[in-house]
Write a protein that binds this ligand. Sequence first.
Ligand code: B16
Ligand code: MG
Length: 217
Amino acid sequence: KVKAFIFDLDGVIVDTAKYHYLAWKKIANELGIDFTHEHNELLKGVSRVRSLDIILELGNINASQEDKNKWLIQKNEDYLSYLVDMDESEILPGVMPVLKYLKTNNQKIALGSASKNARPILEKTGILDYFDAIVDGNDVSNAKPDPEVFVRAAQLLNASNEDSIVFEDSVAGVQAANIAHMNSIGIGEKNVLHEANYIFHDFTTIETSFLDQLINN
Ligand code: B16
Ligand code: MG
């Protein structure tokens, strides 16, 4: 039976969630909106366009499409400026051993990310070759919690939804996996990701016996 191990990118494989936060905070503050880490949870896993709408809703701001486009460009330019010097040191602890263990055990690996910047990040961090399929923000029309991104990844790997395992740091992403009847594994805080089937604080606490269980069940 083919299993699909589907990884989210930002906040799961690399620590880019902090850069998204900084770039959005800058725009929010310019608009006079107080932007906290709690607000930021609402944006995790959410597309760029939808993220801006959420921020504007927080500030009760009605903006023209022209202004919105300007802020979307500004956000991405700012975000990309943080990625210029990115290398493998940005890969989160415990991720490489898990990717390697899955590869050694002939498992299929996919990326399922909302980001339109996913490929350059995988290239810069040197892990592109681990992925048998990549589905990102350029490929899908429906944002998480819609499961489109994960369903397409599973299809590309010829795995059923039930045989797919999703690693996610966002509430929207965990919900997307659950909606598709996939195995959801939350990476982060228990109180935030309580809807996930399993929760780990980070990849260093995932044991190979747990991976074996996922591979063999
Ligand atoms: P971009 P993921 C998501 O990536 C981020 O969590 C989210 O904060 C971001 O707004 C979204 O990608 C879009 O990213 O602006 O680079 O296209 O967590 O699904 O890998
Ligand atoms: Mg994420």
